[in-house]
Design a binder for this molecule. Structure first.
Ligand SMILES: Cc1cc2nc3c(=O)[nH]c(=O)nc-3n(C[C@H](O)[C@H](O)[C@H](O)COP(=O)(O)OP(=O)(O)OC[C@H]3O[C@@H](n4cnc5c(N)ncnc54)[C@H](O)[C@@H]3O)c2cc1C
Length: 383
């Protein structure tokens, strides 16, 4: 069963998709269960991904990357997440937020920070969410105050991918108190060895255990004034644009997970006997499998259409939010049905289906909970 067929993938993204499949089969799938159980950071897989030219390669060629575009990143995400979402997230997080520096940073910032990530000497991450606020981007309270030729950061960030492991983060902080609440935020490059930066891992998760998120405390954290990325006060809008790309790729997280759920359900029901026949012979089971396949194909068609719309900046916000919502919810639907079709064995720790079920709970939340996506879809649908 080949669910992630390349038919819907544009020609230019097919080669990297094949590379990602080969890498996932060889380096991710065989160790997925072990990393899920140990909850350790998969440094060896990350390094293998770097050697294979599949980590942080969304960064442009002029800064040492391969310049993989949105559709190529989506193709890679589908393949990695089909093999394992936790390891997939770690591989994709290594350059999370770096495109903000690439799009809005100065040449000096790109040479000092972007190039080492593209060349796989450093990893990075994006710090937006806070302990008290994740959904309301204009409600974050971490502050950045100018003091001479430095910025001083105070506050906390939560859920930050690679907060402990990264060399630097792109960090979102409040720099103003104007009436326009969307104009009060800015983005900064924060080296994780800056004075006043502390991070620790958050408690163990039920899913995507091979990825690591941290709780960051900024206590008078000082960074040079030239670490401001883009214009002061433009952070909210920069992030909104960044998330349009990110959400299409998160749709790919959902599609990879849904494909894994369908594969597992199909295999288990073809071979398991009940009432003297193969479970797959029951029409109710066939209808479940049919519904899963149909939902998956609908989501995938939407997601790839959205990729094209976002890549060509054609009502990107609307399409990105629809793709993220549909694909991630199809993943939870398929994972839930796949569990049911596995009977009691569904809850065994060592089953791929039980990992997929837990992992699928996450993309409906990150990169903006799906309720926020629905707000965006509604608001942008009328024009
Ligand atoms: C595994 C993982 C990795 C992550 N990685 C990162 C990262 O690298 N960097 C980063 O900055 N963040 C990261 N996040 C954080 C993620 O983006 C937030 O969890 C998400 O935005 C939701 O924020 P919250 O958890 O604070 O939920 P809240 O904002 O507290 O919302 C809780 C719930 O309330 C409801 N809700 C909230 N607002 C509305 C509304 N307007 N309308 C309707 N319902 C609403 C929704 O059901 C929502 O799920 C990560 C999260 C996870 C789980």
């Amino acid at each position: 069963m080949e669910l992630l067929d390349e038919g819907v993938v544009p020609e230019h993204a097919r080669a990297v998709k094949a590379e990602a499949r080969e890498f996932a089969d060889e380096h991710i799938a065989p160790v997925a269960e072990a990393y899920h159980n140990s909850g350790e950071y998969p440094w060896d897989v990350l390094e293998a991904g770097m050697d294979a030219g599949l980590v942080a390669q969304d960064i442009g060629e002029e800064y040492g990357g391969r310049g993989l575009g949105l559709e190529e990143s989506l193709a890679v995400a589908e393949e990695f997440y089909r093999a394992d979402a936790g390891i997939g997230l770690t591989l994709m997080l290594a350059s999370f937020g770096a495109s903000i520096v690439e799009e809005h940073g100065t040449e000096d910032q790109k040479e000092e920070y972007l190039r080492p990530v593209a060349e796989n000497g450093q990893i990075t991450g994006l710090a937006v969410s806070e302990p008290q606020t994740g959904s309301d981007l204009a409600g974050m309270t971490t502050r950045a105050e100018k003091d001479g030729d430095e910025w001083v950061l105070d506050g906390e960030k939560y859920w930050i991918g690679n907060a402990v492991e990264a060399d630097w983060l792109t960090l979102y902080a409040k720099t103003g108190d104007g009436e326009d609440r969307y104009g009060n935020y800015s983005l900064f490059i924060v080296p994780t060895d800056a004075p006043g930066y502390e991070a620790e891992h958050i408690p163990e998760k039920i899913g995507m255990r091979a990825s690591k998120q941290g709780h960051v405390v900024l206590d008078g954290c000082r960074i040079p004034e030239e670490n401001l990325v883009g214009a002061e006060g433009a952070g909210f809008y920069v992030l909104a644009e960044f998330f349009n790309h990110g959400r299409v790729v998160v749709g790919g997280h959902g599609l990879g997970l849904a494909a894994a759920a369908i594969e597992e359900a199909w295999e288990f029901t073809h071979g398991r006997q009940a009432f003297g026949r193969d479970v797959s012979e029951f029409q109710a089971v066939q209808h479940d499998l049919a519904n899963m396949r149909t939902e998956f194909e609908a989501a995938r068609a939407l997601n790839w259409r959205a990729a094209e719309r976002v890549a060509t900046e054609d009502r990107a916000g609307l399409w990105a939010a629809m793709a993220k919502t549909k694909s991630t919810e199809v993943a939870t639907f398929c994972a839930e049905r796949a569990m049911q079709l596995h009977g009691g064995r569904s809850i065994l720790q060592d089953r791929r289906v039980s990992r997929v079920y837990r992992d699928a709970r996450i993309p409906v939340i990150y990169e903006g909970a799906n309720e926020i996506q629905r707000n965006l879809i509604y608001r942008q649908s009328g024009n």
